[in-house]
Design a protein around this ligand. Structure first.
Ligand SMILES: Cc1cc2nc3c(=O)[nH]c(=O)nc-3n(C[C@H](O)[C@H](O)[C@H](O)COP(=O)(O)OP(=O)(O)OC[C@H]3O[C@@H](n4cnc5c(N)ncnc54)[C@H](O)[C@@H]3O)c2cc1C
Ligand code: FES
Length: 437
């Protein structure tokens, strides 16, 4: 666990420094980056030579450890969560250990041990709202969306901290993916739904991208620049028309993410003197749909077998395609754009089964995965290219129907389940004990 003295907050008449704690994967942290940080390892919180920590004790008592290989990591993930949230929700426990793999226990007893710290929270969900009363201002941290909405009613003039620009939002490249997640949550809670489709698509993938340890270390700038073929965020950012702001000694320049840069065209690479300073993500509009789609072997901490970011913009009030963008990950050396397919479909006056059928044919002609491709499963990945497109098609049809049910028919009932995301559920189970005679 890494701890920094960070934000200054006003408490009474004086400013206080508060500590922030992050779980981190040791092998990814260069020692020089730790200047100013306190490092706590599992031995630092307790051991059988001194005294074991309640997290360790409860993990053992709940049978959350078998071979023990994963146990130190599990302990540190739960310990860090408790340092930041002394009374977490069961969902926070599940999320905190999303980046830890256990081969033996099936996770349920590990989650159960973490849940023993949630008890009081369950009794009084409002208890966690934080209020800091200063001379000139009051800072209130709501705990749930409903809590926030209530505060908006009670304090209509109080500003929401984060995301108040008119056209879109610029997010610093140094933001960790965990901070990006928090920032996007603020924006989504503050803005009308129609403006935040790109942000919501990003949030969905940020929940499952690697685990908390990685999301605390990885930055938005590093993610965008490294352009991995399996990137979960770049396809959505590209489909949402995000722009990268570059800074160098003599000035600044902007490049769109959905162009040659993403395709790794050599002439579009960053120059050696340039850094990414921020990423601008525009708001979506009413007749504009943006989605992120992915399929992986498990939801958290697994690279996508295929993922995609797609967007379609219609002429206002119609289903005439004005703009269409499709980006696929894990199908080539970098994120791949189905730009030829999109160009051929722009101008179509229907978003219907015929359009879908043409789109499927075109996209399979355009995106070629060679039989020797790294990762194999070529036929399966080709099937996923189509499946994700089909899902997007259904999502958009549903969206159009919601906007104008008279004009745009809903999707057949039998396809409804395709729209639901698999929930990330807290493992549950029952343990039976038999007393021997
Ligand atoms: C275990 C694990 C699981 C993962 N799972 C997923 C996953 O499921 N989905 C997914 O999409 N990704 C996944 N990733 C990838 C992860 O998202 C990227 O590694 C991460 O975003 C890179 O960010 P970073 O800050 O660590 O970059 P770094 O590794 O620090 O940098 C990457 C490159 O970008 C350059 N760079 C960094 N910042 C800037 C800047 N501001 N300006 C210019 N150049 C810069 C660096 O010099 C370097 O060349 C995973 C990674 C790990 C380790
Ligand atoms: S107890 Fe063996 S890997 Fe988790």
């Amino acid at each position: 666990m890494l701890s920094w003295l960070a934000h200054e907050k006003e408490a009474g008449n004086h400013l206080e420094l508060c500590e922030c704690h992050y779980p981190a994967t040791a092998c990814l942290v260069p020692i020089c980056s730790l200047h100013g940080a306190a490092v706590t390892t599992v031995e630092g919180i307790g051991s059988i030579q001194t005294r074991i920590h309640p997290v360790q004790e409860r993990l053992a008592k709940c049978h959350g450890t078998q071979c023990g290989f994963c146990s130190p990591g599990m302990v540190m993930s739960i310990y860090t969560l408790l340092r930041n949230h002394p009374e977490p929700t069961p969902e926070q426990i599940t999320e905190a250990i999303g980046g830890n793999l256990c081969r033996c226990t099936g996770y349920r007893p590990i989650v159960e041990s973490g849940k023993t710290f949630c008890a009081r929270m369950a009794e009084d969900p409002n208890k966690k709202r934080l209020t800091f009363q200063g001379k000139k201002m009051t800072w209130i941290t709501p705990v749930t969306l409903n809590d926030l909405l209530e505060l908006k009613v009670n304090f209509p003039k109080a500003p929401l901290v984060m995301g108040n620009t008119t056209l879109g939002v610029t997010i610093g490249a140094g933001y960790s993916l965990a901070q990006l997640n928090d920032a996007l949550h603020f924006i989504v809670s503050d803005q009308p739904k129609e403006k935040t489709k790109t942000f919501r698509a990003l949030l969905k993938h940020l929940r499952t991208l690697a685990g908390a340890q990685i999301r605390n270390l990885a930055t938005l700038g590093g993610h965008v620049v490294s352009r991995p073929d399996f990137s979960d965020l770049n396809p959505i950012l590209a489909a949402g028309n995000a722009i990268i702001n570059l800074t160098f000694k003599e000035g600044e320049r902007q490049i769109p993410l959905n162009g040659p840069f993403l395709e790794r065209a050599p002439e579009a690479d960053l120059k050696s003197e340039e850094i990414v300073s921020s990423v601008y993500i525009p708001y979506s509009t009413q007749w504009h749909f943006v989605s992120g789609l992915r399929l992986a072997q498990r939801q958290e901490n697994a690279f996508a077998i295929v993922n995609a970011g797609m967007s379609v913009k219609f002429e206002d009030g119609t289903n005439t395609i004005k703009d269409l963008q499709m980006f696929y990950g894990s199908v080539g050396p970098t994120v791949v754009s189905a730009s030829r397919t999109c160009r051929q479909l722009i101008g179509r006056q229907q978003w219907d089964d015929q359009m879908l059928s043409d789109a499927c044919r075109l996209v399979l002609e355009e995106i070629y995965i060679p039989p020797t491709a790294e990762g194999g499963m070529v036929e399966y990945r080709r099937a996923l290219i189509i499946s994700l497109l089909f899902k997007f098609y259904l999502k958009v049809r549903r969206g159009l129907n919601k906007m104008d049910p008279q004009k745009f028919p809903d999707i057949p009932e039998k396809f409804m389940s395709a729209l639901n995301d698999f929930p990330i559920e807290t493992p549950q189970g029952l343990q039976m004990f038999q007393v021997g005679g």
